[in-house]
Design a binder for this molecule. Structure first.
Ligand SMILES: [Zn+2]
Length: 155
């Protein structure tokens, strides 16, 4: 039998440890969170995608009566960015959440489908995407979408 370990470096930062761009990205995600359409779960998520040129594109989760037809905030923002700015690499994504309009004190991580989509954007542009997951007290970060999806699918 062969065995190996997979390790991921995760940082938890305070507001004072963020740079100005990261702070602005998280503020954008928080603003987007208020645009979520989540009448069923009451769980709102906002995502802000930072492009290589500095532009920020936001998205929020959009629920649907037919549940699988809804979409996560991360993929709303990511797909919009990739479709409207196809030459711009995504370099970072900030994610925030709220429950019934109150900023969540727990960290929220991208779901599996969003992790795979973020990874695809890394493959597409050949760069890592920093993920910033902000709650009401801090920001958890990883340096790459691949860190959230070890042993991932690639063609
Ligand atoms: Zn998702």
């Amino acid at each position: 039998m062969k065995q190996f370990e997979i390790t991921v470096s995760v940082k938890i930062l305070t507001d004072g440890e963020l740079n100005e761009t990261e702070r602005r990205l998280i503020e954008s995600a928080s603003a987007a969170c208020s645009n979520a359409y989540s009448p069923y779960s009451k769980f709102s998520v906002g995502a802000a995608v930072l492009l290589s040129g500095g532009e920020i594109i936001c998205g929020s989760n959009q629920e649907n009566d037919a549940f699988p037809s809804g979409m996560c905030a991360e993929r709303v923002a990511l797909f919009y960015a990739n479709s409207q700015r196809p030459a711009s690499a995504v370099v970072a994504v900030a994610i925030t959440s709220a429950i019934s309009g109150v900023r969540n004190s727990e960290y929220v991580y991208p779901c599996g489908a969003c992790r795979q989509s973020l990874l695809q954007s890394e493959i597409r542009f050949g760069n890592r995407i920093k993920i910033l997951m902000a709650n009401s007290t801090g920001v958890m970060t990883v340096e790459s979408a691949g860190d959230l999806l070890p042993l991932n699918f690639k063609m």
